[in-house]
Design a protein around this ligand. Structure first.
Ligand code: AMP
Length: 566
């Protein structure tokens, strides 16, 4: 199929923000896409060339892309960089430079969607010596043959920032529309086969019947059930009714697939991390009794000597590791805490109730205490007992507890109120904005992600401790709403200098920030990083930068986090 057909759809998608319209555009496209190109088309609509569970990353940085643009259009480096600083999007830069280049040599051979797809996949496969050069050639080959508007989307896809606003819900709606199948049926099939490209193909070939017969396949991850945040333990108990309480471990959500001697390990975002965890593979083989099953649990890093739980960031050093795996196994040993079973010997257990699934799970796990065990659980809805259990979890160094309704099915993805998480909330911090990045696409001309700084009380310097981009309003609807535009207007006078799309900002503007957790950070100057920081409100002009929270405060909050001091 011609790549230009997809690009035509990209352009239409970029022009509208209405979800219904987007779904219509995609439905029209996938209806006319031949079966064989459909899986690739849908992946590319999502800006991807690999399904979500693939370990592959395209791995091209702006610098390499700038070289590819220079090579393809004979442009000077400074010209590319100047345009990039102005536009904030190398896709647009390339489109403009391609237009400038003599038209005769451009677009001679029509680019096919397959060629674009294959070249981008090849880029991701390049490793080792002179891989940069090979990547460069593969990109340039596409750019040289593409029309100017096609280069824009090729570049954005390679840089993994397509920015056409197509979330997975829109693709689901489009498939439903194109083949006239109920959304729920499309989504249920996707839970078990999370690749809308393949789902679209099944829908095209075998319709509703085909989608309804999609089954779990061992070795292919499925969408997992999520939890809701409870405002308090009391509320959680009220909402859940008859419930089981479990320790909430701060590690990696882990889905173990077992097919006799074969084991796969997937994360919550469906990545296959089997090769990084040979120790867990061994434990699963030894301690899971059934032949074929999917067991869910949380993998924790534990201290090699004290065997105490370590924060998630310690484990994160192991998650995508390709080298020195054995050494890491020694340095960062793990513990697996099983909490659910969703498939057993050919049968899906989604319709079994929470308590029943737990009972089945208990029969399938041979516990090895402290290493491969069942999550700690009690059954109660007595508030006093629950409080005791919660405090015990915090004292044991865990994150909090999960409250699970006992008569609830397993419902992938939805926050349906079957699982509630209860954990201590961290107090907000007042921090100073010391840097930012110019936005791209729809956010061109607006400062986007902000670098947060805390005050070093000794030197008076402001030290980086996080990057914040969320919590702002799209539009002003109420008094006190703050948009990115407001922030930009406020910060602009304090810009010290610009480098690429990044700006350094004088420490003047103080904002209140909420976050999930404080982590140690080797990259930020403060040595700490806020996890998932969120803008709460402006503190300037009432609060000056000199009154912002200090590094000492962050250190203290870090030390008491997760009940460490209790
Ligand atoms: P959160 O990541 O804060 O949304 O909390 C939900 C996550 O807690 C799940 O995705 C699991 O990775 C993790 N978790 C830890 N312990 C448990 C448990 N006992 N039951 C379910 N999820 C758990």
């Amino acid at each position: 199929m011609d790549y230009s057909i997809l690009v035509e759809a990209y352009e239409k998608l970029e022009k509208t923000s209405a979800k219904l319209k987007k779904a219509d555009i995609i439905a029209t496209l996938i209806k006319k896409t031949p079966y064989d190109s459909l899986d690739k088309t849908v992946l590319l609509l999502n800006g991807k060339v690999f399904p979500v569970w693939s370990e592959r990353e395209i791995g091209v940085a702006n610098q390499l892309m700038i070289r590819a643009i220079m090579r393809s259009f004979g442009s000077k480096k400074q010209e590319v960089i100047n345009l990039f600083n102005k536009k904030g999007d190398l896709g647009i830069v390339s489109e403009q430079l391609a237009k400038k280049k003599k038209q005769t040599t451009l677009g001679v051979k029509k680019l096919t969607l397959e060629k674009v797809f294959d070249n981008i996949r090849k880029i991701a496969m390049q490793e080792g010596k002179s891989s940069q050069e090979r990547k460069l050639n593969l990109i340039a080959e596409l750019l040289i043959h593409a029309k100017p508007n096609e280069t824009k989307y090729i570049i954005r896809t390679i840089l993994e920032e397509l920015r056409i606003g197509v979330a997975k819900g829109i693709i689901r709606d489009a498939i439903s529309k194109a083949f006239n199948i109920d959304k729920k049926i499309v989504e249920n099939a996707w839970f078990l086969y999370p690749d809308y490209g393949k789902i679209a193909q099944i829908a095209k070939k075998d319709g509703e019947k085909g989608l309804k017969s999609v089954k779990i396949k061992l070795g292919r991850p499925i969408i997992v059930m999520l939890a809701e945040k409870a405002p308090s333990l009391e509320e959680a108990l009220k909402s859940a009714g008859e419930c089981g309480l479990e320790y909430k471990y701060d590690g990696m959500r882990t889905m173990i697939h077992k097919d006799k001697e074969k084991i796969w390990i997937f994360t919550r975002s469906l990545e296959d991390v089997t090769s990084a965890f040979p120790d867990l593979v061994k434990l699963a083989k030894k301690n899971i009794k059934c032949e074929k099953c999917i067991i869910e649990g949380e993998t924790l890093a534990i201290h090699p000597k004290t065997r105490k739980p370590q924060p998630f960031q310690v484990l994160s050093q192991r998650i995508k590791r390709k080298y020195n795996i054995q050494e890491m196994i020694r340095k960062i040993p793990i513990q697996f805490n099983a909490f659910d079973i969703i498939y057993l010997n050919g049968k899906t257990l989604f319709d079994k109730m929470q308590l029943k699934r737990r009972q089945i799970l208990e029969k399938q796990i041979k516990e090895q205490k402290g290493i491969f065990q069942l999550s700690k659980m009690i059954i109660t809805n007595n508030l006093e007992k629950a409080k005791k259990f919660y405090n015990e979890a915090l004292r044991a160094g865990q994150e909090g507890i999960m409250v699970k309704r006992l008569n609830a099915k397993y419902q992938p993805e939805r926050h349906v109120g079957y699982w509630w998480k209860v954990k201590p909330t961290m107090e907000n911090l007042d921090l100073v904005i010391i840097g930012a990045t110019w936005g791209t696409g729809k956010r061109t001309g607006v400062l986007g992600s902000y670098i947060l700084g805390c005050r070093d009380a000794k030197t008076g310097d402001f030290l980086e401790c996080g990057m914040l981009g969320s919590g702002f309003k799209e539009k002003k609807t109420e008094e006190g709403d703050v948009t990115l535009k407001d922030m930009t207007k406020m910060l602009k006078p304090y810009i010290e200098y610009t480098k690429g799309n990044k700006v350094k900002i004088k420490p003047k503007i103080v904002i209140e920030v909420a976050y999930e957790e404080i982590q140690r950070s080797p990259t930020y100057k403060s040595g700490y990083a806020l996890r998932f920081p969120r803008f709460i409100r402006l503190r300037s002009p009432e609060k000056s930068a000199e009154e912002a929270d200090t590094l000492g405060r962050i250190k203290y909050l870090y030390s008491i986090q997760k009940g460490k001091k209790k």
